[in-house]
Design a protein around this ligand. Structure first.
Ligand code: ADP
Length: 468
């Protein structure tokens, strides 16, 4: 019976546990052949030294009580190496007529594969949980018949629910903007019909009223009759991505509009010039040429901003630093405004002030500040530029007495694409100038900022370390 048994069986005789009977199954577990018959267990399997089995056998033999091992780990020698095996087994004492142990019967089965499989499933689940957590992915399983969902905390969070709150399939559709409900349901049905993956993006409104964008993926699960019973799904909050997309779209439309205006002006001037090209040169010719020139300058500035912005995005802003006289630079960079506009610029500060920085880039920042002061301060004619020095820093301030900036807008004026609203007036621009300035100053390890009061004016400033 032992020989033919599909489970591993062996009998060990006496207190030395001499191997008496073994079957092929037990020899397979032990990785031994029939030559072990007649040897004490310790001799037959020397690797058992230091493992608990001999002690357990001694205990069973002395006390006369069986021992049940459940997924106990044994190290068995295979090709000179110790290999892990997991075993379910019983050590059953066999008694003589005086109830004294004479031998022990071992019945065992090797459950290594099951244990390993379970461990690897556990490991995979752990990794999945880490990945879901790290990528902030919500995961869920919906019972299609009952609408009951099993979701992780992130999934509920994506719809504005707390981890311990109930969240049903119907709650998900309630949160979804109404016009998306039917199309999303249709996508789910299509995935069920084709055993495919559905992918959807939709806005949801949390119970606190806030709006969030969700990207969802799901795949149906079927029973043995081919009926869809579950939907396994993942969601991610893509609100930030959507906002960026939206801002990019808005930006493109602003940028094309901004370029179109001077372009139309040039085109009109050229058309007029064309009409009078054979007439004697007059003041009209001169005016049209000047007008075109101004419009082309405007376009060049816009295109420069666009190019600068893409450089910043790729972190390609390289500085060429040198020591230069700040006062002279400020004086020169504003000369065009003195002549072209009605504004007056007053420059104050140490005429000998020097900095170690990229002169062209710093000039770009100052020009931007001054151009903005002119643009947003049409009604006031005065612009004050001053230099202030501390031991290790040098500060440049550009003060205008124009519109000023609404308090709520101040923290954002240096953001990319940001344009504050100015009551009743609209100004052309891309919302890039100050962003570019702040990137240039940051690259110099300096600071940039603005103090402003609505209706009174603004003071834009930057500060550079003296020694670069
Ligand atoms: P743009 O002028 O092209 O809109 P900027 O980045 O130069 O972009 O400026 C961002 C915003 O900051 C402007 O849209 C404007 O609302 C505000 N701003 C900048 N300078 C001034 C200023 N001197 N006075 C009032 N508002 C200003």
């Amino acid at each position: 019976m032992v020989e033919k048994s599909p489970v591993a069986m062996a009998s060990l005789k006496g207190e030395n546990f001499k191997i008496e009977i073994v079957n092929d199954m037990v020899l397979k577990i032990w990785n031994k052949d029939r030559s072990v018959i007649g040897l004490p267990l310790e001799k037959a399997l020397p690797e058992l030294q230091g493992q608990p089995f001999i002690d357990i056998l001694n205990n069973v033999y002395q006390k006369g009580e069986p021992y049940y091992g459940l997924e106990d780990k044994a190290l068995i020698e295979e090709n000179g190496k110790l290999v892990e095996r997991y075993l379910n087994f019983v050590y059953q004492p066999i008694f003589d007529k005086d109830k004294k142990s004479v031998s022990i019967l071992i019945v065992a089965s090797d459950v290594t594969e099951q244990v390993n499989a379970r461990e690897s499933v556990k490991e995979i689940n752990n990794r999945l949980a880490i990945a879901l957590d790290a990528s902030k992915l919500g995961s869920t399983e919906v019972d299609l018949a009952t609408g009951i969902m099993e979701s992780n905390a992130q999934f509920k969070f994506n719809y504005g629910y707390l981890p311990d709150e109930d969240f049903h399939y119907s709650d998900l559709f309630n949160a979804m903007f109404p016009e998306y409900r039917e199309p999303v349901k249709a996508l789910v049905q299509e995935a069920i019909r084709t055993n495919g993956i559905y992918k959807a993006e939709y806005p949801v409104q949390w119970r606190d009223g806030s709006v969030h964008w969700i990207q969802a993926h799901g795949r149906p699960r079927y029973d043995e009759n081919g009926k869809a019973i579950k939907m396994v799904g993942m969601t991610a909050d893509i609100t930030d991505k959507k906002l960026i997309e939206q801002r990019k779209d808005d930006f493109l439309s602003v940028a094309s509009h901004e370029l179109k205006t001077p372009l139309t002006a040039v085109k009109a001037s050229i058309q007029l010039l064309n009409r009078i090209k054979d007439k004697p040169y007059s003041s009209t010719h001169a005016k049209l040429i000047e007008q075109s020139d101004r419009s082309i300058d405007k376009m060049c500035l816009l295109v420069d901003d666009l190019l600068n912005m893409s450089k910043m995005g790729q972190d390609q802003l390289n500085l060429e630093k040198s020591t230069f006289n700040l006062y002279e630079m400020l004086e020169n960079s504003c000369s065009h405004i003195r002549f072209e506009e009605n504004h007056q610029i007053f420059l104050n500060g140490n005429r000998k002030a020097e900095v170690f920085a990229d002169q062209n880039r710093i000039e770009q920042v100052v020009t931007n500040f001054v151009n903005n002061a002119v643009k947003y301060g049409k009604e006031s004619k005065e612009i004050q530029i001053s230099i202030e020095e501390t031991d290790d820093h040098i500060k440049v301030l550009v003060k205008d007495f124009g519109q000023g900036i609404p308090e709520a807008a101040i923290p954002f004026v240096f953001d990319r694409y940001y344009r504050a609203g100015h009551l009743g007036k609209s100004y052309s621009g891309l919302g890039l100038g100050l962003y570019i300035c702040s990137e240039i100053i940051k690259k110099h390890s300096g600071k940039i900022g603005v103090d402003s009061k609505l209706g009174e004016g603004s003071t834009f400033w930057f500060m550079l370390p003296k020694n670069g």
